[in-house]
Design a protein around this ligand. Structure first.
Ligand code: C2E
Ligand code: MG
Ligand code: MG
Ligand code: MG
Length: 252
């Protein structure tokens, strides 16, 4: 798998899909999340669960993640040139964050594209093992200082405590779909508490996994700031997002 993955990056079989994020006050597309796909020559389009863990284990994640960062920045600059004020969120593995290369590649992209750092958000999944939390916090703080947004992904699913999550220098949390989907009294309490804690800490709240109008109304009524999910738009290639923006996006 390791050689195959390395070849996949080289042969441009790893591609970026983008999924819209909606502002719950205005209904406009304010961001997209970059999600990797492997156009496998024989197996078809593979989702990240089938290759990211291997990539993290064998180091290929630096190549895959580097490509995703470059492509996300390129798209952010292109959409901005077209007049759309849309932020691009990029998933970053703890392994990738731990290398000095990552910060340098972020700043190199911003400089090369004359792209403002606020156009980029780095999503970090806390539940995925962060070997050295103190080191990760420093590296995320450096990104924040550079003006890049930091988002904590899958909030509410981690094995660690909310306090530990809030110890990371972030300005956004994404509430995991398992919580968004839990439509029970208990689920409501958990979701409301998470949103309250996040807002108390000045964090923007994104609801993930919006699959129905009910999910959407629940997220909005509970005070989430943004929403993302199949109901609002599936992950799609850049060109489809550009078409969506032309119809539903807003000019700067
Ligand atoms: P994530 O960052 O939490 O991304 C959201 C996942 O939920 C995506 O799965 C997306 O397709 C899916 N999703 C979106 N809307 C809905 C919905 O309404 N219902 C349901 N059931 N699912 C929805 P995907 O693309 O398979 O990615 C899975 C995970 O793989 C991501 O979770 C992220 O942790 C990781 N990943 C994806 N791309 C990258 C990457 O470039 N680098 C790294 N390090 N990890 C990545
Ligand atoms: Mg994510
Ligand atoms: Mg941003
Ligand atoms: Mg997530």
């Amino acid at each position: 798998m390791s050689f195959e993955l390395q070849d996949a990056v080289r042969r441009s079989e790893i591609v970026a899909y983008y999924q819209p994020q909606i502002d719950l006050e205005t209904g406009e597309i304010v961001g997209v999340e970059a999600l990797s796909r492997w156009r496998h020559p024989t197996l078809g389009l593979l989702t990240p669960e089938s290759f990211i863990p291997d990539a993290e284990a064998n180091g290929t994640i630096n190549d895959i993640g580097g490509f995703m960062l470059d492509d996300g920045c390129r798209c952010a600059a292109a959409w901005r040139r077209d007049g759309y004020d849309v932020e691009v969120a990029i998933n970053v593995s703890a392994v990738q964050l731990a290398s000095d290369e990552f910060f340098d590649r972020v700043t190199a992209n911003l400089a090369a594209l004359s792209l403002g750092p606020q156009s980029i958000t780095v999503e970090i999944t806390e539940s995925r093992a962060i070997a050295d939390p103190a080191d990760a916090a420093i590296r995320l703080a450096a990104l924040r200082a550079r003006g890049v947004d930091v988002s904590i992904d899958d909030f509410g699913t981690g094995h660690s405590s909310i306090e530990q999550m809030l110890g990371l220098p972030a300005n956004e949390v994404k509430i995991d779909k398992s919580i968004v989907h839990r439509r029970t009294d208990d689920g409501d309490t958990v979701m409301r508490d998470l949103i309250e804690i996040a807002h108390e800490h000045g964090l923007r709240v994104v609801a993930e996994g919006i699959e129905t109008v009910d999910h959407l109304l629940r997220a909005r009524d509970m005070g989430c700031d943004r929403a993302q999910g199949f109901f609002l738009g599936r992950p799609a290639p850049e060109t489809e997002i550009t078409q969506m923006l032309a119809v539903a996006g807003h000019a700067i």
